[in-house]
Design a protein around this ligand. Sequence first.
Ligand code: ATP
Length: 212
Amino acid sequence: MEERGISQAVIGRLPRYYRYLGDLKNEGVERISSQELSRIMNVTASQIRQDFNNFGGFGQQGYGYNTSYLYEEIGKILGLDQQHDMILIGAGNLGQALVNYMNLKNRGFSFKGAFDISPSLYGKKIANVPIYPMDQMTGFIVENHIDIAVLTVPKAAAIEITQILTETPIKAIWNFAHVDLKVPDRIQVESVHLQDSLMKLSYNIRRHENES
Ligand code: ATP
């Protein structure tokens, strides 16, 4: 399937489609029209059709889409039919919470090891994931075919560690540090800036209060 030129905006909407379709599938809904999906998801039916047309339209025939088929196909586009092995870098409060959360909500993403600069953490485990010293990180990535590095370290450390990661075969960085990372094209970065999200919320509170 030709996927070049598909906008990040479309890709950004796929996880939400996937989530709604998963719920519909679990409820036993076998078919769904773009109008119905539009009503549930609060987006226009034409937006849904346009989004799906990027991937060949998913064979809408007669009455709507086959829910299970659409769910599986979007899952494949998102690469969720593959196992992704990950490491955590920075086993502080946020890092530990992520490992605990992801190991519960496993969707083919699995933490194989955690790394930290603090010797007091070595030999300890987070939800069965062992914590190792930083100097073992590169070897671990290579030996265990790690795809994704999850960064939960302070800003300065994130920049330094990213530099090291660019010299490993890592495919992607899931960045929780409050900094924008520069990487070569072959490495994918998805940043989750929790503070930015909270600031947006703060702005909306202020705007709402000013309007009322
Ligand atoms: P939090 O728990 O909120 O993530 P924290 O108070 O535990 O934070 P931070 O300063 O945010 O500490 O650091 C997060 C983790 O990253 C800590 O466990 C810390 O030891 C680790 N860390 C800091 N610098 C580096 C580094 N250069 N390399 C690897 N790990 C680091």
